[in-house]
Write a protein that binds this ligand. Structure first.
Ligand SMILES: [Fe+2]
Length: 386
Protein backbone atom coordinates (compact mmCIF):
# COMPACT_ATOMS: atom_id res chain seq x y z
CA UNK A 1 0.00 0.00 0.00
CA UNK A 2 2.39 2.71 -1.17
CA UNK A 3 1.93 6.43 -0.47
CA UNK A 4 1.58 8.59 -3.55
CA UNK A 5 0.75 12.12 -4.66
CA UNK A 6 -1.59 12.93 -7.54
CA UNK A 7 -1.47 16.28 -9.36
CA UNK A 8 -3.12 17.84 -12.40
CA UNK A 9 -4.10 21.33 -13.62
CA UNK A 10 -6.91 23.08 -11.78
CA UNK A 11 -9.41 23.27 -14.63
CA UNK A 12 -9.52 21.60 -18.04
CA UNK A 13 -12.14 22.70 -20.58
CA UNK A 14 -12.74 20.23 -23.40
CA UNK A 15 -14.74 20.60 -26.60
CA UNK A 16 -14.81 21.57 -30.26
CA UNK A 17 -14.18 25.33 -30.75
CA UNK A 18 -13.45 25.77 -27.02
CA UNK A 19 -10.38 27.84 -27.95
CA UNK A 20 -12.94 30.56 -28.76
CA UNK A 21 -13.46 30.86 -24.99
CA UNK A 22 -9.94 32.00 -24.26
CA UNK A 23 -10.85 35.66 -23.61
CA UNK A 24 -13.53 34.54 -21.15
CA UNK A 25 -10.95 32.48 -19.24
CA UNK A 26 -8.40 35.34 -19.25
CA UNK A 27 -11.08 37.63 -17.77
CA UNK A 28 -12.15 34.94 -15.29
CA UNK A 29 -8.67 34.81 -13.77
CA UNK A 30 -8.43 38.61 -14.00
CA UNK A 31 -5.31 38.86 -16.13
CA UNK A 32 -4.50 42.40 -17.29
CA UNK A 33 -1.71 41.80 -19.81
CA UNK A 34 -0.83 38.39 -21.24
CA UNK A 35 2.06 37.04 -23.22
CA UNK A 36 0.83 34.69 -25.95
CA UNK A 37 3.46 32.14 -26.99
CA UNK A 38 2.62 30.56 -30.34
CA UNK A 39 4.14 28.19 -32.83
CA UNK A 40 4.95 30.35 -35.88
CA UNK A 41 3.85 27.54 -38.25
CA UNK A 42 0.30 27.82 -36.93
CA UNK A 43 0.11 31.37 -38.25
CA UNK A 44 0.26 30.06 -41.80
CA UNK A 45 -2.68 27.78 -41.06
CA UNK A 46 -4.83 30.64 -39.77
CA UNK A 47 -5.39 28.97 -36.41
CA UNK A 48 -3.76 31.68 -34.32
CA UNK A 49 -5.26 34.54 -36.34
CA UNK A 50 -8.70 33.33 -35.32
CA UNK A 51 -7.64 33.34 -31.66
CA UNK A 52 -5.91 36.76 -31.94
CA UNK A 53 -9.00 38.31 -33.55
CA UNK A 54 -11.08 36.94 -30.75
CA UNK A 55 -8.73 38.43 -28.09
CA UNK A 56 -8.80 41.82 -29.87
CA UNK A 57 -12.58 41.78 -30.07
CA UNK A 58 -12.75 41.20 -26.33
CA UNK A 59 -10.23 44.02 -25.70
CA UNK A 60 -7.63 41.72 -24.11
CA UNK A 61 -4.20 43.34 -23.84
CA UNK A 62 -1.58 40.92 -25.17
CA UNK A 63 1.82 40.56 -26.85
CA UNK A 64 2.86 37.70 -29.09
CA UNK A 65 6.08 35.69 -28.92
CA UNK A 66 6.46 33.42 -31.93
CA UNK A 67 10.21 32.94 -32.36
CA UNK A 68 10.07 29.32 -31.30
CA UNK A 69 12.07 26.66 -33.03
CA UNK A 70 10.72 23.18 -33.31
CA UNK A 71 13.34 22.11 -30.79
CA UNK A 72 14.13 25.11 -28.60
CA UNK A 73 17.66 25.24 -27.23
CA UNK A 74 18.81 26.40 -23.81
CA UNK A 75 20.48 29.42 -25.45
CA UNK A 76 17.29 30.45 -27.28
CA UNK A 77 15.17 30.20 -24.14
CA UNK A 78 17.73 32.11 -22.05
CA UNK A 79 17.66 34.83 -24.71
CA UNK A 80 13.84 34.96 -24.70
CA UNK A 81 13.79 35.21 -20.89
CA UNK A 82 16.26 38.09 -21.06
CA UNK A 83 14.44 39.94 -23.87
CA UNK A 84 10.84 39.52 -22.71
CA UNK A 85 11.27 40.18 -18.95
CA UNK A 86 8.00 38.33 -18.47
CA UNK A 87 7.65 38.80 -14.72
CA UNK A 88 7.71 42.60 -14.95
CA UNK A 89 5.79 43.00 -18.23
CA UNK A 90 3.00 40.42 -17.98
CA UNK A 91 0.70 38.84 -15.40
CA UNK A 92 -0.14 35.69 -17.35
CA UNK A 93 1.12 33.44 -20.18
CA UNK A 94 -0.92 31.63 -22.85
CA UNK A 95 0.76 28.84 -24.84
CA UNK A 96 -0.76 27.77 -28.17
CA UNK A 97 0.98 25.00 -30.11
CA UNK A 98 2.66 21.63 -29.88
CA UNK A 99 4.80 20.37 -27.01
CA UNK A 100 7.82 22.63 -27.67
CA UNK A 101 5.73 25.79 -27.70
CA UNK A 102 3.92 24.83 -24.53
CA UNK A 103 7.21 23.96 -22.82
CA UNK A 104 8.64 27.39 -23.71
CA UNK A 105 5.45 29.07 -22.42
CA UNK A 106 5.84 27.19 -19.11
CA UNK A 107 9.47 28.29 -18.73
CA UNK A 108 8.69 31.91 -19.60
CA UNK A 109 5.89 31.93 -17.02
CA UNK A 110 8.28 30.82 -14.30
CA UNK A 111 11.20 32.94 -15.50
CA UNK A 112 10.79 35.48 -12.69
CA UNK A 113 12.35 32.94 -10.33
CA UNK A 114 15.12 31.82 -12.69
CA UNK A 115 18.54 33.25 -11.87
CA UNK A 116 21.15 32.90 -14.59
CA UNK A 117 20.57 30.16 -17.18
CA UNK A 118 17.81 27.56 -17.35
CA UNK A 119 20.69 25.10 -17.75
CA UNK A 120 21.05 25.28 -13.96
CA UNK A 121 17.46 24.05 -13.54
CA UNK A 122 17.79 20.85 -15.62
CA UNK A 123 16.73 18.00 -13.37
CA UNK A 124 13.94 17.42 -10.89
CA UNK A 125 12.40 20.04 -8.58
CA UNK A 126 15.08 22.70 -8.98
CA UNK A 127 12.44 25.33 -9.81
CA UNK A 128 10.96 26.16 -6.43
CA UNK A 129 8.62 29.11 -6.99
CA UNK A 130 5.19 29.44 -8.63
CA UNK A 131 4.81 30.76 -12.14
CA UNK A 132 2.43 33.54 -13.09
CA UNK A 133 -0.91 32.03 -14.22
CA UNK A 134 -0.78 29.93 -17.38
CA UNK A 135 -3.38 28.81 -19.91
CA UNK A 136 -2.34 26.11 -22.38
CA UNK A 137 -4.00 25.33 -25.69
CA UNK A 138 -2.45 22.25 -27.36
CA UNK A 139 -2.69 21.91 -31.14
CA UNK A 140 -1.42 18.33 -31.43
CA UNK A 141 -2.57 15.13 -29.73
CA UNK A 142 0.69 13.71 -28.49
CA UNK A 143 2.95 15.27 -25.89
CA UNK A 144 0.35 15.95 -23.20
CA UNK A 145 2.62 18.90 -22.29
CA UNK A 146 -0.47 20.95 -21.46
CA UNK A 147 -0.80 19.03 -18.18
CA UNK A 148 2.75 17.92 -17.29
CA UNK A 149 5.38 19.39 -14.94
CA UNK A 150 8.05 18.90 -17.64
CA UNK A 151 9.79 21.21 -20.09
CA UNK A 152 12.15 19.59 -22.59
CA UNK A 153 15.00 21.69 -23.94
CA UNK A 154 17.80 20.90 -26.37
CA UNK A 155 21.31 21.19 -25.03
CA UNK A 156 23.40 22.37 -28.00
CA UNK A 157 26.62 21.31 -26.22
CA UNK A 158 25.59 17.72 -25.46
CA UNK A 159 23.52 17.49 -28.68
CA UNK A 160 20.40 15.97 -27.12
CA UNK A 161 17.34 16.98 -25.15
CA UNK A 162 17.13 17.34 -21.39
CA UNK A 163 14.21 17.71 -19.03
CA UNK A 164 13.36 20.41 -16.49
CA UNK A 165 10.79 18.94 -14.10
CA UNK A 166 8.95 20.85 -11.37
CA UNK A 167 5.40 20.91 -10.00
CA UNK A 168 5.53 24.67 -10.53
CA UNK A 169 5.53 24.05 -14.30
CA UNK A 170 2.11 22.34 -14.23
CA UNK A 171 -0.22 24.74 -16.09
CA UNK A 172 -3.17 26.32 -14.29
CA UNK A 173 -5.77 26.08 -17.02
CA UNK A 174 -6.11 23.96 -20.17
CA UNK A 175 -8.31 24.42 -23.21
CA UNK A 176 -8.50 21.17 -25.16
CA UNK A 177 -10.03 22.00 -28.53
CA UNK A 178 -9.88 19.00 -30.91
CA UNK A 179 -10.83 21.37 -33.78
CA UNK A 180 -7.22 22.64 -33.68
CA UNK A 181 -5.92 19.16 -34.57
CA UNK A 182 -8.15 18.62 -37.62
CA UNK A 183 -5.60 20.03 -40.08
CA UNK A 184 -2.67 17.93 -38.82
CA UNK A 185 -1.28 15.79 -41.67
CA UNK A 186 -1.42 11.96 -41.31
CA UNK A 187 2.33 11.60 -40.66
CA UNK A 188 2.30 14.04 -37.71
CA UNK A 189 -0.97 12.56 -36.45
CA UNK A 190 0.66 9.11 -36.43
CA UNK A 191 3.94 10.16 -34.81
CA UNK A 192 2.39 12.36 -32.12
CA UNK A 193 -0.34 9.78 -31.47
CA UNK A 194 2.27 7.07 -30.92
CA UNK A 195 4.16 9.41 -28.58
CA UNK A 196 0.96 9.60 -26.50
CA UNK A 197 0.60 5.81 -26.72
CA UNK A 198 4.19 5.41 -25.48
CA UNK A 199 3.44 7.73 -22.55
CA UNK A 200 0.42 5.65 -21.61
CA UNK A 201 2.16 2.26 -21.80
CA UNK A 202 5.38 3.42 -20.13
CA UNK A 203 3.54 5.20 -17.32
CA UNK A 204 1.43 2.10 -16.74
CA UNK A 205 4.27 -0.42 -16.50
CA UNK A 206 6.93 1.80 -14.90
CA UNK A 207 8.15 1.68 -11.30
CA UNK A 208 6.51 4.96 -10.28
CA UNK A 209 3.02 3.98 -11.47
CA UNK A 210 0.22 4.13 -8.91
CA UNK A 211 -3.49 3.35 -8.74
CA UNK A 212 -4.56 6.78 -10.02
CA UNK A 213 -1.99 7.19 -12.80
CA UNK A 214 -2.99 3.67 -13.94
CA UNK A 215 -6.58 4.82 -14.51
CA UNK A 216 -5.48 7.48 -16.98
CA UNK A 217 -2.75 5.38 -18.57
CA UNK A 218 -4.98 2.36 -19.24
CA UNK A 219 -7.82 4.38 -20.69
CA UNK A 220 -5.36 6.29 -22.85
CA UNK A 221 -4.10 2.94 -24.23
CA UNK A 222 -7.72 1.91 -24.96
CA UNK A 223 -8.63 5.19 -26.67
CA UNK A 224 -5.49 5.36 -28.81
CA UNK A 225 -5.88 1.75 -29.91
CA UNK A 226 -9.48 2.55 -30.89
CA UNK A 227 -9.02 5.94 -32.55
CA UNK A 228 -5.47 6.59 -33.78
CA UNK A 229 -5.86 4.56 -36.98
CA UNK A 230 -9.05 6.48 -37.78
CA UNK A 231 -7.45 9.89 -37.12
CA UNK A 232 -4.52 8.97 -39.41
CA UNK A 233 -6.81 7.63 -42.16
CA UNK A 234 -9.15 10.61 -42.12
CA UNK A 235 -8.04 13.81 -40.39
CA UNK A 236 -11.60 15.14 -40.58
CA UNK A 237 -12.95 12.31 -38.42
CA UNK A 238 -14.14 14.52 -35.56
CA UNK A 239 -14.89 11.65 -33.22
CA UNK A 240 -11.37 10.24 -33.67
CA UNK A 241 -9.80 13.68 -33.16
CA UNK A 242 -11.88 14.24 -30.01
CA UNK A 243 -10.88 10.97 -28.38
CA UNK A 244 -7.23 11.31 -29.45
CA UNK A 245 -7.06 14.76 -27.81
CA UNK A 246 -8.43 13.27 -24.59
CA UNK A 247 -6.13 10.24 -24.81
CA UNK A 248 -3.13 12.52 -25.19
CA UNK A 249 -4.23 14.58 -22.19
CA UNK A 250 -4.65 11.36 -20.17
CA UNK A 251 -1.12 10.36 -21.19
CA UNK A 252 0.14 13.71 -19.89
CA UNK A 253 -1.67 13.22 -16.57
CA UNK A 254 -0.10 9.76 -16.35
CA UNK A 255 3.36 11.29 -16.95
CA UNK A 256 2.79 13.87 -14.21
CA UNK A 257 1.98 11.18 -11.68
CA UNK A 258 4.06 8.24 -12.87
CA UNK A 259 6.69 8.83 -15.56
CA UNK A 260 8.15 7.37 -18.72
CA UNK A 261 11.01 4.88 -18.93
CA UNK A 262 13.20 2.95 -21.31
CA UNK A 263 11.57 3.96 -24.61
CA UNK A 264 11.95 7.66 -23.87
CA UNK A 265 15.48 7.15 -22.50
CA UNK A 266 16.67 5.46 -25.69
CA UNK A 267 14.64 7.79 -27.94
CA UNK A 268 16.40 10.97 -26.80
CA UNK A 269 19.75 10.15 -28.48
CA UNK A 270 17.93 9.31 -31.74
CA UNK A 271 16.28 12.72 -31.73
CA UNK A 272 19.38 14.61 -30.65
CA UNK A 273 21.89 12.97 -32.98
CA UNK A 274 19.80 12.15 -36.05
CA UNK A 275 17.02 14.75 -35.89
CA UNK A 276 14.36 12.05 -35.85
CA UNK A 277 11.19 13.55 -34.35
CA UNK A 278 10.39 12.65 -30.74
CA UNK A 279 7.22 10.76 -31.65
CA UNK A 280 8.95 8.83 -34.40
CA UNK A 281 11.95 7.98 -32.19
CA UNK A 282 9.58 6.49 -29.62
CA UNK A 283 7.56 4.65 -32.26
CA UNK A 284 10.67 2.97 -33.66
CA UNK A 285 11.80 1.70 -30.25
CA UNK A 286 8.45 0.97 -28.61
CA UNK A 287 7.96 -2.66 -29.68
CA UNK A 288 11.49 -3.82 -28.78
CA UNK A 289 11.58 -2.09 -25.38
CA UNK A 290 8.19 -3.66 -24.58
CA UNK A 291 9.49 -7.11 -25.62
CA UNK A 292 12.34 -6.48 -23.18
CA UNK A 293 10.02 -5.35 -20.36
CA UNK A 294 7.24 -7.92 -20.65
CA UNK A 295 8.83 -10.59 -18.46
CA UNK A 296 9.45 -8.13 -15.62
CA UNK A 297 5.79 -7.13 -15.25
CA UNK A 298 3.66 -9.87 -16.88
CA UNK A 299 0.49 -8.98 -14.94
CA UNK A 300 0.70 -5.42 -16.29
CA UNK A 301 0.93 -6.69 -19.85
CA UNK A 302 -2.21 -8.76 -19.31
CA UNK A 303 -4.01 -5.52 -18.48
CA UNK A 304 -2.46 -3.80 -21.52
CA UNK A 305 -3.87 -6.68 -23.59
CA UNK A 306 -7.34 -6.10 -22.11
CA UNK A 307 -7.11 -2.34 -22.70
CA UNK A 308 -6.31 -3.12 -26.34
CA UNK A 309 -9.46 -5.19 -26.63
CA UNK A 310 -7.84 -8.64 -26.39
CA UNK A 311 -9.91 -11.29 -24.60
CA UNK A 312 -7.33 -12.97 -22.33
CA UNK A 313 -9.52 -15.15 -20.15
CA UNK A 314 -9.03 -18.31 -22.24
CA UNK A 315 -5.37 -17.67 -23.03
CA UNK A 316 -2.28 -18.81 -21.12
CA UNK A 317 -0.35 -15.92 -19.57
CA UNK A 318 2.38 -16.38 -22.15
CA UNK A 319 -0.07 -16.24 -25.07
CA UNK A 320 -1.91 -13.24 -23.65
CA UNK A 321 1.33 -11.29 -23.28
CA UNK A 322 2.35 -12.30 -26.80
CA UNK A 323 -0.98 -10.96 -28.06
CA UNK A 324 -0.40 -7.62 -26.29
CA UNK A 325 3.09 -7.29 -27.76
CA UNK A 326 1.80 -8.17 -31.24
CA UNK A 327 -1.02 -5.64 -30.89
CA UNK A 328 1.50 -2.91 -29.99
CA UNK A 329 3.64 -3.72 -33.06
CA UNK A 330 0.55 -3.86 -35.25
CA UNK A 331 -0.62 -0.41 -34.15
CA UNK A 332 2.81 1.08 -34.99
CA UNK A 333 2.72 -0.68 -38.35
CA UNK A 334 -0.90 0.19 -39.15
CA UNK A 335 -0.27 3.94 -38.84
CA UNK A 336 2.59 3.75 -41.31
CA UNK A 337 5.80 3.79 -39.23
CA UNK A 338 8.43 1.93 -41.25
CA UNK A 339 11.90 1.31 -39.85
CA UNK A 340 13.38 0.65 -43.29
CA UNK A 341 13.04 4.37 -44.02
CA UNK A 342 16.02 5.09 -41.74
CA UNK A 343 19.57 4.89 -42.86
CA UNK A 344 21.22 4.19 -39.54
CA UNK A 345 24.34 2.07 -39.75
CA UNK A 346 25.69 -0.58 -37.41
CA UNK A 347 28.64 1.71 -36.59
CA UNK A 348 26.54 4.18 -34.61
CA UNK A 349 24.88 1.63 -32.32
CA UNK A 350 27.60 1.84 -29.63
CA UNK A 351 27.40 5.61 -29.66
CA UNK A 352 23.60 5.57 -29.31
CA UNK A 353 23.78 3.05 -26.46
CA UNK A 354 26.35 5.16 -24.60
CA UNK A 355 24.13 8.24 -24.89
CA UNK A 356 21.04 6.26 -23.91
CA UNK A 357 22.77 5.13 -20.71
CA UNK A 358 23.08 8.79 -19.65
CA UNK A 359 19.29 9.12 -19.34
CA UNK A 360 19.41 7.88 -15.76
CA UNK A 361 16.22 9.58 -14.54
CA UNK A 362 14.15 7.68 -17.12
CA UNK A 363 16.07 4.40 -16.97
CA UNK A 364 15.55 4.24 -13.22
CA UNK A 365 11.79 4.18 -13.79
CA UNK A 366 11.87 1.31 -16.30
CA UNK A 367 10.47 -1.91 -14.77
CA UNK A 368 13.46 -3.93 -15.90
CA UNK A 369 17.03 -2.52 -15.69
CA UNK A 370 18.44 -1.66 -19.13
CA UNK A 371 22.20 -2.10 -19.25
CA UNK A 372 24.56 -0.99 -22.01
CA UNK A 373 24.47 -4.38 -23.78
CA UNK A 374 20.66 -4.43 -23.58
CA UNK A 375 20.50 -0.95 -25.10
CA UNK A 376 22.78 -2.03 -27.96
CA UNK A 377 20.57 -5.06 -28.63
CA UNK A 378 17.37 -2.96 -28.54
CA UNK A 379 18.80 -0.34 -30.91
CA UNK A 380 20.07 -2.98 -33.30
CA UNK A 381 16.79 -4.90 -33.38
CA UNK A 382 14.74 -1.70 -33.74
CA UNK A 383 16.86 0.06 -36.34
CA UNK A 384 18.72 -2.50 -38.38
CA UNK A 385 17.63 -6.10 -38.17
CA UNK A 386 14.00 -5.68 -39.21
FE1 LIG B 1 7.08 11.69 -25.20
Amino acid sequence: MPDFIFQMPGKIEIGFSKSGDIARIIKEIKLQRVLVVVDSNLKKMGIVDRIFNHLKKEAISFSVFDSINNEPTITEIDQAIHDLKVASNFDGVVGIGGGSTIDVAKLLAVSGSIKGSIRDYIGVNLIKESSIPTIMVPTTSGTGAEVTPNAVVKDPVAGWKKGIVSSFLIPDRVILDPELTISLPPKITAETGLDAFTHAIECFICNKSNLMSDLFALDSIRLINNYLRRAVRNGNDKEARYYMAIASLYGGIAITNSGTGGVHALAYPLGGKYNISHGLSNSILLAEVMEFNAEAVPEKFLRVANAMGIETIKLSQEKAIRSALDAISKLVDDVGIRVENFKISEQVIDDLAESGMLQERLLKNNPCPIKYEDARRIYRKSLIMK
